[in-house]
Design a protein around this ligand. Sequence first.
Ligand SMILES: Cc1cc2nc3c(=O)[nH]c(=O)nc-3n(C[C@H](O)[C@H](O)[C@H](O)COP(=O)(O)OP(=O)(O)OC[C@H]3O[C@@H](n4cnc5c(N)ncnc54)[C@H](O)[C@@H]3O)c2cc1C
Length: 454
Amino acid sequence: MLITDPRSLPRYDDTPMNYDVLIVGAGPVGLSLAIGLQSRGAENFLVIDQTRAFRPAGQMVDLLPNGLKALGVICPETLAALLAAGQKDSPTAPKGAWTRKNLQGATIRSVSLDFEDWVRRYGAGRLSLPWFELQTILRQQVAPEKIRVNCRFLDCRPSPTGVLCQVQENGAAALNPFAHWEPNPIQTEQSSSFPTPVQIQAKLVVGADGIHSAVRRAIYRGTPLEPWAQPQYSGWAGLGCLPALPVAAATAQTLRAEYFQGQRVVSLQNDRLPPTYPLGASPRMVIIDQGETRFGFLLQTPLPQGACADAGIETPAQVLTSAGFPPDVIELAQNADPERFFVRPYYQHLAGADLPSPLWSQGRVVLAGDAAHGMPPFIAQGANQGFEDGAVLAPALARLIAQGNLDHLDEISALFTDYETRRRPRIQQVQQATLESDSWSQTRWQAFCDQIYE
Ligand SMILES: Cc1cc2nc3c(=O)[nH]c(=O)nc-3n(C[C@H](O)[C@H](O)[C@H](O)COP(=O)(O)OP(=O)(O)OC[C@H]3O[C@@H](n4cnc5c(N)ncnc54)[C@H](O)[C@@H]3O)c2cc1C
C-alpha cells in the first residue's frame, strides 16, 4: 500500500505500515539508496525526511571520480542525469584550477577543475553541484509516492517480525527546520506541541539521516557505543559569506593580481604563522571571485567548541589578523554581509579501529552516509563516500529482498558485516586524510588521491 496522504498513516495504536525497507533521510545518500533499490526491482520501500518541504539549502558539493563511479554502480541513468546537470560540456562549467597558495602567492597544492582532466586520469570526471540541486536530481529519479516529507524518525525497537519505528508528522514549524548538518533542536524527546507519534514497521531500516542521526542514537542507546551516539565536534568550523559586500576596487585588483591570476577560486594559508597565533593549526581562507568587486569567502579555522556559539561576523577578521593575513584579505572578511554570514561547526563520527564492531548496524538497522561516518568537508569526500556506501548496500539489499531473505537474520547479519568489513577500513583512511592531509607532502597527497579516485 502506498501512502500519499499524511492523514492516512495509522495512529500509534493502529496496525503499523509494513515495508521491506524504511530509509530515514532523503539526503543524497538516502535517495541514492532508494534509486538503487528501485532500479533493481524492489518496490516495497519508503524514504522519510523530517523536512517540511524540499527547498534550497546547503552548500556546493564536489562529486569526485570515486563518487561518480559509485553512482554509476547504483544506477547508470542517475549518473547520466547528474553529468548532464553538471554541464560538463558547457562553456560555463568550471575550468582551470583550484590552487592553494601561501600568503606570498606561491602554490602549495593545485587541483584541476577541468572535467576531462579527471576523466583522463581516473576514468571519471569531477562535478560541482549545489547540495539542493544534487538532492533534487536524485529525488526526481524516485517515484514520488516513495518519499514522504514532514516525517521525523524518533525512535525504533525490534518487533517479532521486523523493526517498529516511531515517527512524528506535521511537526510545529519552529521545531522542524530543514538543516541537514545542524544539530536537531529536538533530539529524542517529544514535544507536547507535536501530534501523537505514528508507527511504521519495516523489515530493515537504513539510517541515512545525516551527522546528527537519530537512528544512530536509537541503535547505540544502552550499548558500549552509547558515548558515540552523538557526533563529536571536530575542533574546526567554517565561517563564511557568499557573496560578501563589495570591497574597494583597489582591494579587488590586489586580490586578483596577487592570488587569483585568472582563476575563479583560490585557498590561502599562512605557512609562516606568527608565534603569537593562538589556535594551533593554520586556518584556510577559500575565496571565490564573483565578478566586479564581489568575492565570497569560507574561512575554515580551528575554533574551540565554546567559541563557535560566540562567533560572530567580526570573528573571521580576528582569526585572519591573528594568523598574519594581509590587509586586503582581512578587508574582505570585514565586508561580510550580515544577511549571508554563517558559522558552521564541523562535526564528525569517526570509524576508528579502536571502536567495537559492528559500528554501523544492530539487528535489522544499518547506518549509511554521514550517519555512519560524517567528517569535516576538507577533502570533499562526505557525499562521495556515502555514494560508495550505496554502491555496496543497494545491490546487496535488493538481492536479499529478491531472494526472500528478509526474515533470515543470519543473512541480514552477514550482509551488514560484509558491508562494514568492506567499507570501514576505507572510511578510516579517508577520515584520517580529512584530518591530517593538510600537512602532507604533495607526493603523499597525490598517492592518496590516486588510491581513492581509482
Ligand atoms: C560546507 C560543506 C561542504 C561540503 N562539501 C562537500 C563536497 O564537496 N563533497 C562531498 O562529497 N561532501 C561534501 N560535504 C558533505 C556532504 O554535504 C555530506 O557528506 C552529505 O550531504 C551527506 O549526505 P547524507 O545523505 O548522508 O546526509 P545529509 O545530507 O545530512 O541528509 C540527511 C537527511 O536526513 C534528514 N533527517 C535528519 N534527521 C532526520 C530524522 N530524525 N527523521 C527524518 N529525516 C531526518 C535531513 O532532513 C536530511 O535531508 C560538505 C559538507 C559541508 C557542511
